[in-house]
Design a protein around this ligand. Sequence first.
Ligand code: FAD
Length: 314
Amino acid sequence: MKEGTKKIDHLFLALVGRSLQTSVSLKEHSTFRIGGPADFFFEAYNLEELKQAVLFARDQKIPVYVIGGGSNILFADEGYRGLIIKNSSRGIKVFLESLEIEALSGTKLSELVDFAAQSGLSGLEFMAGIPGTVGGAVWGNAGAFGRNIGDILVSAYIWEAGEERKVKRDFFDFGYRSSSLKKRRSLLLSARFKVEKETSETVQKRVNDILSLRRLKHPPAGTASAGSFFKNIFMPDGQKIAAGLLLDQAGVKGLRCGDAQVYPRHANFIINLGQAKAADVLTLAAEMKGRVKEKFGLELEEEVIYLEANASML
Ligand SMILES: Cc1cc2nc3c(=O)[nH]c(=O)nc-3n(C[C@H](O)[C@H](O)[C@H](O)COP(=O)(O)OP(=O)(O)OC[C@H]3O[C@@H](n4cnc5c(N)ncnc54)[C@H](O)[C@@H]3O)c2cc1C
């Protein structure tokens, strides 16, 4: 370990109580399985560690970026010149009187959906099969089948400029795949969602039905991707045009650049066939965008985040 790196590690250990990892391959932390090494990496197992690690980066003027499941991110081939914090602060609580369920932001969505189903609490089923954490889902207002996580969020704890506070749903200004967290650069610590009481069999059946539907449309489990690559388009009159449909008609299915390929059965998925580089994905995405622009005059916008090596969330 270099002298400068050692010093940073010692300081981190003194503040947070656990060591930083150095030169960690981001491939291992992305569902795309793409990305070079992060200079520093830390997996936070609780909210205190998460906050302390961010404060440390801020004080030491080290670029920092918090990830959840890494299921909506394309890491750069150069990796990351700073500290990547993986939020694994997990926990779920039920409030039966108010019919609410609360999850820490590093809880996996799948864990939350399963827990609700087993507890006979409905309302979260539409999120079955969406990878990633509660934090990432609220950040991007994740959703499926016409419903989004923002529709059921009641209140949350956020952390902004070093201060923790409780906020209501309005704070998030939810829109299609967007929330105020994106602009304000605040962190989600935990969130409470509205649920209804039903039998666990009924809820589980709905979850299973949704998982079956997703299996029909999506690449098989284990395929490396980051989900839909582009956002759907909403016309000024509110009409929704699926990005997948435009891409399909623009003839991109099966296009390939290196090991990055447009999934042959769903034109809005880019998959990594094995050794794809971020550069391959970016080249392929530019081609897809260009073809849609040429054919329809419409500009697709990326849903997947490309994290540049020098970006910082602070
Ligand atoms: C096979 C597949 C299918 C998918 N299907 C869907 C789908 O149906 N619908 C859908 O909406 N998405 C879908 N996605 C995309 C992805 O799963 C969602 O966007 C998910 O919510 C991302 O969560 P994450 O924890 O992985 O976030 P990450 O990818 O780790 O991070 C995404 C962003 O969230 C920010 N973030 C993470 N945690 C926090 C936090 N605690 N506070 C503040 N910001 C935070 C990160 O900084 C980053 O900017 C799919 C992805 C895959 C691979």
